[in-house]
Structures are given as structure tokens and as C-alpha cells.
Design a protein around this ligand. Structure first.
Ligand code: DGT
Ligand code: CA
Ligand code: CA
Ligand code: ZN
Length: 578
């Protein structure tokens, strides 16, 4: 995780230098270093010990020294110095979507704006319109951006919450008297955003756990510290609630603190009707007070005659009725996943070579990865001409030939959907691919009819197997664009096109709610990670969380097909096309 911290610092440095009007080469060097650091999969400490930091692309002697300094002191002097020359409110301004270093500079020089509040006041008073290049619209966009940032700051996405929770759980497990540790709350349910982390511990001496927790490296501030309950704030500003219970109550406490609140309310009502009482200490007979269980979560559900319900669907959205009728879905599991569909390499805007990506996919035990770099129109992301696509295809076939076996690469492309659903490559080119993805990367502000027609048009193309990130939202940055999802689902069903659950933590697109609707329409779904650097292959777990929250079963998820079945699925779509 150190590489992400350093990459963030380097990006900050580039923004600050740009704000100050520094040398463009220096700015670009920091930006490139930041991007390449995100793609580093080897342990940075080890690279440092072996004096191999300069092997990272874009890292020369000077930047290597800065990385080393960060590994040793947790800070970089040169960056701290530059930071001191800039008012602290400038950092907040740079967080606002659409406000880059150039705009920030202009705002600061012309209007002396140095904080989000000042910017908000100026925009509301229409003072920004006077600036060169500013129009009414941009003023409105800035206000929207401020609202998005404020909304986003209140809750974090799973890409932040999951690694942090894993780290804390790992440290707690090392405390001697600790028997069991599980994250609970919205994180265990894999909600797309998380308010705070809830962690449950079973231990014989709670005081020792509390002490270790509040003295741990992840505790920056203590909000409350009691005998069995405490709340802290981490250095990142995240609240963590810890509960310690006796091992005998772990199951009932886990059930209680996993929620959702609505699910628990319904469950307790069911219990009361059966003469039972459920709380965090166990299941009891109301009349006699006899305890029926609570060590394991399944005992709580079992006492009500119900099968155990997976946390991801505990939202009071029909799961209790389904459990009672013994019709719970058989949710997709990590072991069902045989491949990933949307992988970028350094041919377009990814960080890794095709070889490295292939190795990583094979090591994960997959049967296939679909290599999908950008198509020619998307120049900002290094979109490929037909000739480049041909070279990649040759390289891919060559890799497959040199590595016969269970795992093989499939040739794809993430092809831009242009006006009226025309694709960025001609059908003749698309027909040579194993698997084409259609994506909208332009015209986000078009009206619903236009955007929906583009998606539907793309799905009618026999070679388009999957529509990527169907609503285009980016949490904290961009609202979904206007599409009529009902019509999209219908067209996906009619044309046998799959819809993506993009697992990139800021996207999660389709989201849980829309994915469940798609599933109910009989549409095929595919979880894909949209990997740009190798560690992002792990986001499969997050995408799987969305699929599970959407009640998706293996029979409707493309990832569960073997390679042969997938190729047959593609042939069926092609043959079916109008
Ligand atoms: P969050 O943190 O906003 O993302 O959502 P949760 O679900 O993690 O909510 P949180 O942290 O307030 O509480 C964790 C769990 O504890 C919650 O899912 C259910 C349980 N819980 C908390 N307060 C109550 C309550 O007042 N009544 C009931 N029945 N359960 C509660
Ligand atoms: Ca919580
Ligand atoms: Ca909480
Ligand atoms: Zn992509």
C-alpha cells in the first residue's frame, strides 16, 4: 500500500508545482512517476533494500531518493517545503471535480480564493463569470462539484474501506487472548459506500484488546473507550467501532452488528411471533428465558427455522421471505469465477505489459483474461489504430502458442460507441476479435433518448458482447448519465448482450440495484475489473460483492462459464444478430 501513498504525494506535488507555474517537465515527471507507482506489484521495501527502485519506469535517481526518504521517515522534505509555500485551502480546491491546478491558480490570483467556502460564496455571487474562460455553466458545474465532494467525504468507497479493515483485523488477530475477529456492519454487507467500520472480536480478556486497539498504529484519536466498546478515528479520518464479546455470544453479536437495521427489525418481529427473543447475546425463549444458541450466526437463523442468510442480501429486500420459502438464491462465490473481461495493458492507458498481465491471470487460477485496450477515437487514453490492434493480436496469439494449457488470453478491445451506436472499428475489424466491449466515453451530457439509442445501437452489433460501465457514473466525481435502463435491459435481453458490473471501486456500474433489475429481466451480467495496473485484479472481490447484493447466481454471470462455454456463448450472440 506504500506505493499508493507515495503516488498520492507525487500527484499532489505535480498539482502544486503546476499551481505555482513551475517547469512543465518536472511536473510531468511527477505525474508519470505517480502513475507507474500505482502499477508496482512488488514490495517497495524490498525493491529499496535491493537498490532496485530505479527499475520502476519513470523513476530516476532523484525520485528514488524521495521514495526511500518516505519509506524511512513517512514524509518527503522537498514536498513538505513546497506545501508550505501554498495556502492549505488550495488542496481542498484541487479535490473538486473540474477544478485543476490552472483554475485554482486563476481563482487565487484574480479573486484571492483559497478555500472551498470562499469558492462557493464567489460562485453563488456570480463573481466567477468575470474570469477569462468562465461561463455561467462552469460556475454551476463548480457548485455541483462542491456538493459532490461534500457528499463523498461523508462516506468512503469499498476500495478504501476494505484494505483498511483487513489491516486492522490482521493486527487484532495477533493479540493473544483474541479468538475470533470479523468486520461487521455495511462493510460485511459489501455496500458500495461505508459510513464507519464496525469490527467484532471474541476474546477472553476484553481489556487487553481495548488497550491494544486504542494504542494501535491505526488510532489517531479516541472518541470513546470503554470496557467492551470503543470508537477511534484513524489517521485517514475513518471512524472504527470495536466491540468485544465473549466467544459464546460471537454469532449473535455478529448477526446483530452486521445489520442491516431493517433486516434485523424484520427478523426480531419474526422471532416475537414464535415466542422467541433475539439480541446480541443470543436467542432466547421469551417465556422461560432459556437460551437456544448464539455462538454461531447460523444458530440465530436456525432457531427461527431459517437457513443462514448471506450478509450481502440482508437488506430487507425479500431475503427473509425467500429464506422462509427455502428459495434463497445460490449466490456466486469466488470459486465460481473463471475469468475477467476488461483488462488494459500499456498498449493504451494501462501500466503493464501483456506478458505481465497474462502471468498474473494464470497465477490467479483463471481460464481466461480478455485483453481490452482502448479504440482509436479515445486518443487521450492511447487508443489503438487498426494496425496497432493487429500487432497486439499477433503478440497475444504468440503468447498463447508459447503457453499452451488451461489458461489462455482472449483478444478483445474496449471500443468506443460513437453517434447513433456506430462502433469505433468497422465490423470487419470487430469480427476478428474474440470479445468486443462497447463503451461510452464521450457526449456524457446528451439527452436520454440520444444516449439510450447509442447503447441500444451498439448492442445490435453482432460483435459487441458486453457493454461496459452502462451508466458512466464515478462516485464523488460524476453523476450517471441519462439512460433509460429499462430499455437498455430489454435490448440486452433481445440482442443477447451482457452488461457489465464494473468493479473499479469508484464505478461499481451497474450498481447493486440496477444489476438486480437486469438479472430479473433475464440479462447476462459480467463482473470485470477494468484493470489498469495489476493490483486492480483484486477488485474482483468488490465486483463480486455487487453481484451478490444483486442476488446473481452462477447461471447468469458470464465469469462462471468455462473458456469453451464462453466462446460458444459469443457464437450464439453472433448467430442470433438481426
Ligand atoms: P454505515 O456505517 O452507515 O455504512 O452502515 P452500518 O450498517 O454499518 O451501520 P452502523 O455502523 O450504524 O451500525 C452497524 C450495525 O449495527 C447495523 O448495521 C445494525 C446494528 N445497529 C446499529 N444500531 C442499531 C439500532 O439502533 N437498531 C438495530 N436493530 N440495529 C442497530
Ligand atoms: Ca458501519
Ligand atoms: Ca458503527
Ligand atoms: Zn476500460
Amino acid at each position: 500500500m506504500k506505493q499508493h501513498e507515495i503516488a498520492t504525494l507525487f500527484t499532489q506535488m505535480a498539482d502544486l508545482l503546476e499551481f505555482r507555474g513551475d517547469n512543465p517537465f518536472r511536473i510531468r515527471a511527477y505525474r508519470r512517476a505517480a502513475q507507474n507507482l500505482e502499477g508496482v506489484t512488488e514490495d517497495l521495501e524490498r525493491l529499496n533494500q535491493e537498490d532496485r527502485l530505479t527499475e520502476i519506469p519513470g523513476i530516476g535517481r532523484d525520485l528514488a531518493n524521495k521514495i526511500r526518504e518516505y519509506l524511512q521517515r513517512g514524509a518527503i522534505k522537498a514536498i513538505e517545503q513546497v506545501k508550505r509555500t501554498v495556502p492549505s485551502g488550495i488542496f481542498e480546491l484541487l479535490e473538486i471535480p473540474g477544478v485543476g491546478p490552472k483554475t485554482t491558480k486563476l481563482l487565487s490570483e484574480r479573486l484571492r480564493i483559497a478555500s472551498v467556502n470562499q469558492l462557493e460564496a464567489a460562485a453563488k455571487a456570480h463573481k466567477l463569470c468575470a474570469l477569462p474562460g468562465f461561463q455561467e455553466k462552469k460556475e454551476q458545474n463548480i457548485l455541483k462539484g462542491i456538493a459532490i465532494v461534500r457528499k463523498g467525504q461523508a462516506r468512503m468507497h469499498l476500495g478504501i474501506a476494505l484494505p483498511l479493515a483487513r489491516q486492522i483485523v490482521g493486527l487484532l488477530r495477533e493479540i493473544p487472548s483474541v479468538k475470533r475477529v470479523e468486520p461487521a456492519g455495511s462493510l460485511r454487507r459489501m455496500r458500495e459506500t461505508i459510513g464507519d467500520l464496525d469490527i467484532l472480536v471474541a476474546a477472553t480478556t476484553p481489556s487487553a484488546v481495548m488497550k491494544a486497539f486504542t494504542a494501535g498504529p491505526f488510532c489517531a484519536r479516541i472518541l470513546a473507550a470503554g470496557g467492551t466498546k470503543s470508537s477511534i478515528i484513524t489517521p485517514e479520518g475513518v471512524q472504527v467501532d470495536l466491540r468485544v464479546v465473549a466467544p459464546d455470544c460471537f454469532g449473535s453479536a455478529l448477526q446483530y452488528f452486521t445489520g442491516s437495521k431493517e433486516h434485523n427489525v424484520r427478523l426480531r418481529e419474526m422471532a416475537i411471533r414464535r415466542g422467541l427473543k433475539i439480541n446480541e447475546y443470543g436467542v432466547f425463549r421469551t417465556r422461560t428465558g432459556k437460551r437456544l444458541g448464539g455462538r454461531e450466526e447460523a444458530e440465530v437463523y436456525g432457531a427461527l427455522g431459517l437457513p443462514w442468510i448471506p450478509p450481502e442480501i440482508r437488506e430487507d429486500a425479500g431475503e427473509l421471505d425467500a429464506a422462509r420459502a427455502k428459495r434463497l438464491p445460490r449466490l456466486v462465490e469466488p470459486e465460481d469465477i473463471r475469468g475477467d473481461f476488461h483488462i488494459h495493458t500499456n498498449r493504451s492507458d494501462g501500466s503493464n505489459t501483456l506478458e505481465d498481465v497474462a502471468e498474473a491471470g494464470r497465477r490467479r487460477g483463471y481460464q481466461y483474461l480478455v485483453i481490452c485496450d482502448h479504440s482509436k477515437s479515445l486518443k487521450v487514453a492511447g487508443g489503438m489504430s487498426e494496425a496497432e490492434l493487429g500487432r497486439q493480436m499477433a503478440q497475444l496469439r504468440d503468447w498463447n502458442a508459447r503457453h499452451p494449457g488451461r489458461f489462455q488470453l482472449l483478444m478483445g478491445a474496449e471500443v468506443d460507441i460513437l453517434a447513433r451506436g456506430r462502433m469505433d472499428y468497422a465490423d470487419r475489424t470487430l469480427s476478428r476479435l474474440d470479445f468486443a466491449i462497447g463503451s461510452i466515453h464521450s457526449g456524457f451530457t446528451q439527452d436520454e433518448g440520444t444516449l439510450t439509442a447509442r447503447l441500444v445501437g451498439a448492442m445490435r452489433n453482432p460483435y459487441v458482447a458486453l457493454i461496459a460501465h452502462p451508466t458512466g457514473r464515478l462516485m464523488g466525481q460524476r453523476e450517471p448519465y441519462a439512460v433509460n435502463l429499462e430499455r437498455v435491459f430489454q435490448a440486452a435481453k433481445d440482442t443477447r448482450t451482457a452488461l457489465e458490473i464494473n468493479a473499479y471501486p469508484k464505478r461499481l456500474d451497474l450498481n447493486d440495484h440496477a444489476a438486480r433489475q437486469a438479472k430479473d429481466h433475464g440479462v447476462w451480467l459480467a463482473v470485470s475489473t477494468d484493470t489498469h495496473s495489476l493490483d486492480q485484479l483484486d477488485n474482483m472481490a468488490i465486483g463480486l460483492g455487487v453481484a451478490r447484493r444483486a442476488w446473481v447466481e452462477p447461471t447468469q454471470l458470464l465469469n462462471c462459464l468455462t473458456r469453451e462455454q464462453l466462446l460458444a456463448w459469443i457464437r450464439r450472440k453472433r448467430a442470433h444478430a438481426p
